[in-house]
Every structure is written in C-alpha cells, then in structure tokens.
Design a protein around this ligand. Structure first.
Ligand SMILES: [Zn+2]
Length: 326
C-alpha cells in the first residue's frame, strides 16, 4: 500500500436494481432470507470488484444488506423495535425504530458480511457501525426517561459488535454519528458514548459525521476518541480549514477528507479534486490525510459513484506524483 493520500469511501454504495427488487420481494414474503443473502453477497462481490478496479486503498462492503443505517441495527438489538412509517424528508418514508429498553447486543450483526467482503480482497475492508448517539437520536425513545442513559447503554451494545469485528480481524472500524451534525450541542454526550463504543478495540477507529457545524464545536469535537475523522470537505466552510490551519489538529489523529459532493449528479473535475487535496495538505501531511467522497454514495447511481471515485483516484495519483509518493 502507498504511504500517503490513502483512498477510501464513507461506507454505503448504491444497491444494484436486482438487489433492490429482491429486498422488496423479501419484505412481501416472496423471497427467502437465503435467496436474499445470496444476492447481497453477489452485490458485495460487485462492490469489491469495482473498488479494486478503480484502485482504492481501503475498501468497504458497500452496506448491501442495509436499508436504513439505524433500522438495520434496531432489528438486531434487544430492546429495540421497528415502528410504523414516518416521513423523513421529501417523499421518503421509513420505519422509525423505537428504543424500548433495556438495549442489549445479542448476536453478531455485521461480522459475516464483513468477513465475506474481506475474503474477496487482499486490501483492508472497513467494519462499519452506526454510532450510539445516532441510534437513539433517530429513534423514538419510549423505554427510558433519560436520553443520556439510553445513549450510554446503546454505546455498550455497539461496543460488543465492534469487539466482534475487531476479533474477526477488521483493521478499521468506523462508527458513524451523522445525527450529531445538527446537534453539536450534544458533543459531550457523543464523546462519552464513543469512548464506550470503542473500548478495547485494536483496530484503527474512525467516525463519520456529515455536514456538521465543526466550527462551533471546535476544539471540543477533536476529543472524540477515534483515530480518524471522516469529514465532508468538498463544500465545507472555509472557516473550518482556516481554524484547523491556524489552531491546529492533533498530531496523533487523521482526517479522511471528503473531496467530492455525493449529493450532486455532476462529476467533479480532476482539477477540483486536486485543489481539494491541496487544501487538505495545508492542514495535514499526506500520511495522515485520507481522501474520499464527502458522504455515503447510496444516493448516487452505480455509474455516478464509479465516475466520482475514478476522478478522486486520478486526482490522488496526480498529487502523489507531484509529492513523489509511490
Ligand atoms: Zn455522511
């Protein structure tokens, strides 16, 4: 593996149409769990092959078995139920989970598919989990009077799953907290929960928080007990970059710098990507600067995802060549 500007993705990939169809068929009882699992594995093979072909360094399984990132775990944790349909944004509806409590981990949830994905490649595959704060914040809370207590118990459940991934050999474990974006005032609780969620892990830890107001939460958010922050930078405020440049960023931490906008159909130019990478290099040396899209790719089409990743890779290769990185 190269030593600088390692490339990765945030986690999700678009599901191929056959898998979306199969998920619907499974939901209406027309397809067995085994048949669906086989198609999830097929899609995982395709996602790994795509990332290999593009030349990314740290791969993901593409989350082919997940619909919603909270519902997927809610279906497996004791003390959680999947509730009725709720409107999330626009015309999108989903089954918002209910935290009934007490929340407990029961069995490995992500390990089999992670292991399968890792068996397909010599490159490292990240383990991907939804963070405890997001799990509770994006659910209805019924069984607890105390939000904090629910988040901390959820953190223990997430920790058990993380430890399973760790024991299985996952070299990276990413625990995402997108719900924090709009609730930076809860950063202290999220940090306390992340400390529990990452306890005892030997894997490199990362967290992804989309589009958060990091400027207002600076420097407190840097205390999040993970090695790597995966941040959206393609459209981020100039202020955050300035703050990181002038006030600093911890020497023992890394940033995965999101350089393309996953919410736009438009494919960025290689020059755009190069410019973004260079902004990152003003803050961090290449060994601690990872390059990726700014969020999960699941809202894009397969081809758009591939095109955006190819542009990222081309930009990275260009900058690596300029810096003399093999
Ligand atoms: Zn995101």
């Amino acid at each position: 593996m190269t030593t600088g500007l390692l490339t990765t993705t945030v986690g999700s990939f678009p599901k191929p149409p056959y898998l979306q169809k199969a998920r619907n068929a499974f939901a209406s009882g027309k397809l067995s769990r085994e048949e669906l699992s086989e198609l999830e594995q097929q899609a995982t093979r395709e996602v790994i092959a795509l990332q290999e072909e593009i030349g990314l360094d740290i791969l993901v399984d593409g989350e082919m078995a997940r619909g919603d990132m909270v519902v997927f775990f809610a279906e497996h944790f004791a003390g959680m139920e999947v509730g009725g349909l709720v409107r999330s944004y626009g015309n999108r509806y989903y089954h918002k989970p209910v935290v009934k409590g007490p929340v407990r981990w029961q069995e490995p949830i992500t390990v089999d598919l992670w292991r399968y994905a890792q068996s397909l490649t010599d490159k490292p595959v990240k383990g991907m989990l939804t963070g405890p704060y997001t799990m509770v914040e994006w659910s209805f809370l019924e069984g607890y009077d105390d939000f904090r207590q629910a988040v901390l118990e959820m953190a223990r459940a997430v920790n058990y799953e993380a430890l399973e991934l760790d024991r299985a050999g996952a070299p990276f474990i990413q625990i995402d907290e997108p719900a924090l974006s709009t609730r930076m005032e809860d950063i202290d609780l999220a940090i306390e929960a992340m400390a529990i969620a990452t306890e005892g892990l030997t894997a490199k830890t990362a967290t992804h928080i989309c589009y958060g107001d990091f400027v207002s939460a600076y420097p407190r958010f840097l205390d999040m007990p993970v090695k790597q922050f995966d941040l959206e930078m393609a459209n981020s405020s100039h202020d955050l970059v300035e703050l990181l440049k002038t006030e600093g960023f911890p020497e023992d931490k890394e940033i995965a710098w999101g350089v393309v906008d996953v919410h736009s159909h438009e494919i960025e130019s290689v020059d755009d990507v190069v410019a973004e990478i260079k902004r990152g290099l003003e803050v961090l040396p290449p060994e601690r600067l990872y390059i990726d899209p700014d969020c999960g790719l699941k809202t894009r089409t397969w081809d758009e995802s591939a095109d955006k990743l190819r542009v990222i890779m081309e930009g990275v290769r260009k900058v690596r060549a300029e810096l003399g990185i093999e």
